[in-house]
Each structure stands twice: as C-alpha cells, then as structure tokens.
Design a protein around this ligand. Sequence first.
Ligand code: ZN
Length: 235
Amino acid sequence: MKRVCEKCGVEKEIEDFTEKKDCCQSRTHVCVSCTKKQRAKRYLKNKEKILKQAKDRYIENRESILKDANERYAKNVNGRRDKRIAYSKNNRERIRATSRKYWSKNKEKKAEKDKRYQEKNKVFLAGKKKEHYEKNRESYSEKGKERYVNKREVILAQNREYRVKNKDELDEKASVRSKARVENLEPVYIKQTIRGQTGLRNKEITQEMIEEKRELLLIHRKLKEIREWDHANKI
Ligand SMILES: [Zn+2]
C-alpha cells in the first residue's frame, strides 16, 4: 500500500507514515522524513521556550524523574551490556576498517595515542614482555640466553639507579596512574573496592561481579553529578 505525503507530495510506502496512537490504527498523512524536518524546524524556532519548559518540568518533578531514570538505568544494565557486546561482535570488521582508515589519516594523532598508551601501561607492557620471554625461553638460543642474562643484570642495575635518582618523579607518576585507575574504573580498582567491602579474595571475585560493581559505581557517580549540578544551579 502506498500513500502520497501531504507535505512533499511524494508517493511512499505506507510504512513511511507513522501509525497514530488511536483506536483505528490509522496513519499520519505527512511522511516520516517530513515530520522530522517539521519537528526540527519547530524546535529551532522555539528552542529557548522548549528548553525552559523542560527545565521547569525537571525542577517540578525532579524526584520522580530521577527515580524513574535510575530505575530504568539499573534495570537495563545487562541489556545495555549485551547490546554493546553484540554490536561490536557483529560489526567487528567494519569497526576495524573504520578505525584503520581513521588512524592512517591521522598519523600524528596515532603516534601521540600510542605514546600515551605506552606511558599509561608501562608496567603492564613490561610484565607482558617478561611473560613472553618466560614462555618462549626454550626457543632462545643458548647464546642469546647468555646475552640476555648479562644484559639483564646491566639493565636491572641501571633501573635500580634510575629509580633512586628519580624517586619523586616516579612517585608522582605512580600517583597519576593510580588516579587514572579510579577515574577509568579499571578492574584493578573495582576489585580493590570489592575486597574492601566484602573481604573476598581476588580469585573469588568473578568477572560478573566486577561488571556489576562498575555499573553501580557509575550510577553513584551519575547521581553525584546530578546533585552537584543541582547545587550549582541552586535547586
Ligand atoms: Zn513528505
């Protein structure tokens, strides 16, 4: 079935007209894209008024709006996560291609990003490297092994010296890293929180618990943000 839009005069499929919420399942006579355009136009024209109305409504119904929002948010935690996971799984190639394209166009940014990543994950990467070596130890030739061991002693000594010399700077860096762990809700930090609150040990904390705790912490942060916003706006 088709219908001609009263606004743009184009004949379109009936699905391009919104179903009305009335008894008879009738549809609008203006097509979806025209409706969107009208709505956008109306919004731009009355922006100030609309924003003020929304703000007034928020102030008036703050409690219930917050309650609803939080309930909806908490209820849909798993749904959102599943959606996120499914999306990246289903679009893996496309996401990768887009990302590759972007970074090949922004080489300088990529270099900066890589550097930041290296900085941020220095300890982790060093651990990985060591792990790799330990795992592939056998495949290193005797000579290579010897060279490695010798070099290792030198490097360890250099590291020790470096640590002593740059203690303040390194402490500062460690503190920045620790703040970042809190800021980004990294698993290490979340586990630490769970341990503190439950007395569980690391190996007893499951991935699911970490995810749940992360969502909770996010909600707390959101609420705090809202409270601060209210305070700043003297509500
Ligand atoms: Zn139209």
